[in-house]
Design a protein around this ligand. Structure first.
Ligand SMILES: *[C@@H]1O[C@H](CO)[C@@H](O)[C@H](O)[C@H]1NC(C)=O
Ligand SMILES: *[C@@H]1O[C@H](CO)[C@@H](O)[C@H](O)[C@H]1NC(C)=O
Length: 189
């Protein structure tokens, strides 16, 4: 027992000095290099892909989970759609799948068709397979270019910040299906 104490006690002392005390009890300042981060080596990446909002057919990727009230304005104010939209390299839905846009959009404007987008772009291709970025922003769909903030990321895209620009490639008013080009600019490490 005495020998065990003799070994454990110095070890505990060593450990307690190695673990930083949390200043406020639950938060502390870390040296970024401990997480393999070099703050001077921030990268800027540009992603371009096509977002397919498929509302028709047997397997829609975009479904209305909360319809607008029947007496709603012409802007569908109150509508909520849940999406699991394919992201492809070209406008052709059969082109290579690079990820999925998972989340929802809701009609949040009474003046124009203006959506609030809350989406995770979950990439499935190449080195970004398993990584993703999160977009939360305002999307007035009838404007030529809509810009939305990138508010974060995960995997290789941890600490991501930037913006996404959406431009409608095609929209079919009969089915509601749309193909939208996304250009996303992201700073990350
Ligand atoms: C819409 O209809 C509901 C139910 O009839 C009613 O309570 C509400 O006041 C109406 N809203 C507007 C903006 O007319
Ligand atoms: C992406 O990662 C998943 C899970 O690790 C793996 O099953 C899949 O084959 C990968 N896809 C590509 C295109 O590398």
């Amino acid at each position: 027992m005495a020998t065990l104490d003799a070994i454990l006690f110095p070890l505990l002392l060593l450990l307690s000095s190695a673990i930083p005390t949390l200043a406020s009890g639950f938060a502390t300042t870390l040296d970024p290099s401990l997480m393999g981060l070099n703050l001077r080596k921030e990268k800027l990446s540009h992603f371009r892909f096509y977002w397919h909002d498929v509302m028709s057919g047997p397997h829609p990727s975009s479904i209305t989970i909360v319809p607008p009230p029947s007496n709603a304005s012409a802007t569908f104010f109150g509508l909520i759609n849940m999406i699991d939209n394919p992201l492809t390299v070209r406008p052709d839905p059969g082109s290579e799948l690079v990820g999925r846009a998972q989340g929802l959009y809701s009609s949040a404007s009474q003046e124009e068709v203006g959506l609030m987008m809350v989406m995770n772009f979950a990439f499935v291709s190449g080195k970004y397979n398993g990584s993703g970025i999160t977009v939360l922003g305002r999307n007035p769909v009838f404007q030529k270019v809509r810009e939305m903030p990138v508010i974060g990321g995960c995997g290789l895209l941890r600490f991501a910040r930037g913006y996404a620009q959406a431009t409608t490639h095609t929209f079919d008013p009969k089915t509601g299906n749309a193909v939208v080009e996304y250009n996303v600019y992201v700073l990350h490490y």
